[in-house]
Design a protein around this ligand. Structure first.
Ligand SMILES: Cc1ncc(COP(=O)(O)O)c(C=O)c1O
Length: 278
């Protein structure tokens, strides 16, 4: 098995050998997926948009009524773990072991994962996502909770059909997002992406990519779009902390080639990262 963590795992800030880092089987994070998490990128030891990620974690935790404690302390654990170099920083906050007072006695886990080999493109299956909020508001709307079972199941279904991952569709075949990434596409030089009103995750990479479009003078259209818009696009790409901006080479049965606009967006995104992390 590949190495899981660069350096120690911080358990409530306490450096712990990865082999000994464990959460109780009585924690509702384990038992019910009741908790929240964040995934950030460390570029040579510097975190991209730490503040944005911590803001989102704070929103997720307050939706779940989990007390995060001192955010500046959590930020210091993140920067400490990121010093391990290039990698993916994982932060998990569990619901705790006291079922009568959920959100107290919780455990915060922070560690840096080595970068896995990242493919240069991705092939997407089109899948319906009946569990997705898609505009319906609930207690957990917008929260990045540890209950990612339906998202993982969609990825596994896509794998079983020979794809790398899934593009999720909501009511009326509206394009939403991927299980762990946002979606964008290019038609006639305009970049399209689903709007946050569909309650897709407020992706940090999507936001940064829209800033890149602004910088490059690329027209953007944000809204609710039918899957036909995606299937008939000139270029399709995914956006996430781990994948950055990555071309899509298949959407269902439609084959695509990585296009020039996606390449410009990736270059622009990397420039933004270099400016903010150097
Ligand atoms: C459902 C979903 N959408 C989009 C994203 C991309 O978000 P970010 O750019 O903040 O990594 C993620 C990331 O995990 C996700 O889980």
């Amino acid at each position: 098995m590949r190495e899981r963590a660069v350096g120690p795992v911080l358990m409530n800030g306490v450096p712990t050998d990865p082999a000994d880092a464990a959460v109780s089987v009585f924690d509702v994070g384990f038992q019910r997926g009741y908790g929240c998490f964040e995934t950030m990128r460390s570029y040579e030891g510097s975190l991209f948009r730490l503040e944005g990620h911590l803001d989102r974690l704070q929103r997720s935790a307050s939706n779940l009524r989990i007390g995060l404690g001192d955010l500046s302390l959590l930020a210091s654990w993140c920067t400490q773990a990121a010093r391990g170099g290039d990698g993916v920083l994982r932060v998990y906050v569990t619901g705790g072991t006291d079922a009568s007072a959920l959100g107290t006695n919780n455990v915060t886990v922070v560690y840096l994962e080595p970068l896995a080999e990242i493919p240069s493109s991705v092939r997407l299956d089109l899948l319906e996502a009946p569990w997705h909020a898609d505009g319906r508001v609930s207690e957990l709307t917008g929260a990045k909770t540890m209950s990612y079972g339906p998202n993982l199941a969609a990825t596994i279904e896509a794998w079983s059909k020979g794809y790398d991952d899934a593009a999720l569709l909501g009511n009326g075949d509206v394009v939403l997002e991927g299980p762990t990434f946002s979606l964008g596409w290019v038609t006639d030089g305009v970049v399209f992406t689903p709007s946050l009103e569909s309650h897709i995750l407020a992706s940090i990479t999507r936001e940064a990519t829209l800033e890149v479009c602004d910088r490059l003078g690329i027209e953007v259209s944000v809204g609710r779009f039918h899957k036909d818009a995606l299937v008939n696009a000139d270029e399709v790409f995914v956006m996430s902390t781990v994948k950055e901006v990555m071309p899509v080479t298949a959407v269902g049965e439609v084959a695509l080639v990585p296009g020039p606009c996606t390449a410009r967006l990736l270059a622009g995104f990397r420039e933004l990262v270099a400016e903010e992390t150097s």
